[in-house]
Unconditional design. Structure first.
Length: 166
């Protein structure tokens, strides 16, 4: 790269694709192990507030649309693919903004991990179960965790950006 020249789109994009691929790999490997080790509905306590389970989600977050008549499968696949392509575009364009790009890479990895599930299985595999005094948070997976962490980093990035502009 010559002095004074900005980075090419590929130079901005590839480090963040590595992060996204690492998320997808961890997500898919964990789901593979859980599916081979559990029967549907099995619950294995890990701590007093955390279980491993095997459950399937045909809907979106918190099982939204899970009981729809089947149209949601194609819709959620399309949304996941569309969002992933848009995130790749944003990363290629803004890849030098580290916190923003890390957030997007985590969201991208999570989205792709769940799209793979929907495409291969027709549902998303969930297996992490947090609970307290009989109340259970909806089961989730590593892809979901990456999406939530990415969303949190996006909020932090925006707060830091606003603070910096004052």
């Amino acid at each position: 790269m010559a002095w004074g020249r900005s980075k090419s789109w590929w130079q901005k994009l590839w480090p963040w694709l590595v992060v996204a691929v690492a998320v997808v790999a961890a997500d898919q490997a964990s789901k593979f192990v859980i599916e081979k080790s559990f029967n549907f509905g099995d619950v294995r306590p890990v701590t007093g507030f955390f279980n491993l389970v095997l459950t399937y989600n045909k809907g979106a977050a918190f099982s939204f649309l899970a009981t729809a008549s089947g149209w949601q499968h194609t819709f959620l696949l399309a949304v996941g693919v569309g969002a992933s392509l848009f995130i790749v575009y944003l990363l290629a364009r803004h890849g030098t903004q580290k916190l923003f790009s890390l957030a997007l890479a985590l969201i991208l990895g999570g989205a792709v991990g769940n799209v793979i599930d929907r495409f291969l299985h027709g549902h998303v595999i969930d297996f992490l179960d947090l609970h307290w005094r009989g109340w259970h948070w909806p089961a989730f997976n590593i892809a979901d965790s990456a999406i939530v962490c990415g969303a949190g980093l996006l909020i932090l990035d925006e707060l830091l950006r606003v603070r910096k502009s004052r």
